[in-house]
Design a protein around this ligand. Structure first.
Ligand SMILES: [Zn+2]
Length: 105
């Protein structure tokens, strides 16, 4: 497996250049610790989708609208092969990859 620091850098750079249906903000790439040593955690934020009608109530979980759900899924789906190519991970290695998009509120 690729050196961890190298892998983080390669994945972050690939995501910065990636053709993903939203602009990725606050990209963070890091590895797990201890027994989760081989895990790769990827977080990034996206803006809400055009035509967003999410219901955001203070102190309540957000009710995410369908356009935002679709955009979230699409970003995750398109990021996956980019992460795979940049990291050089095989299917087994990709089982330890977590891609968590978030929204900029
Ligand atoms: Zn929305």
């Amino acid at each position: 497996m690729m050196d961890r620091a190298k892998e983080s850098r390669a994945v972050k750079e690939a995501l910065l250049l990636a053709d993903i249906p939203a602009r990725l903000m606050n990209i963070q790439v890091g590895h797990g610790r201890g027994t989760a040593w081989g895990w790769l955690h990827i977080r990034f934020d996206i803006y809400h989708a055009p035509g967003c009608y999410c219901v955001i109530t203070p102190n309540m979980p957000r009710e995410t609208c369908q356009p935002c759900k679709d955009l979230w899924q699409e970003c995750r789906r398109t990021a996956y092969p980019i992460v795979r190519a940049a990291s050089g991970r095989d299917n087994y290695g990709m089982e330890n990859v977590n891609i968590s998009p978030g929204f900029i509120e």
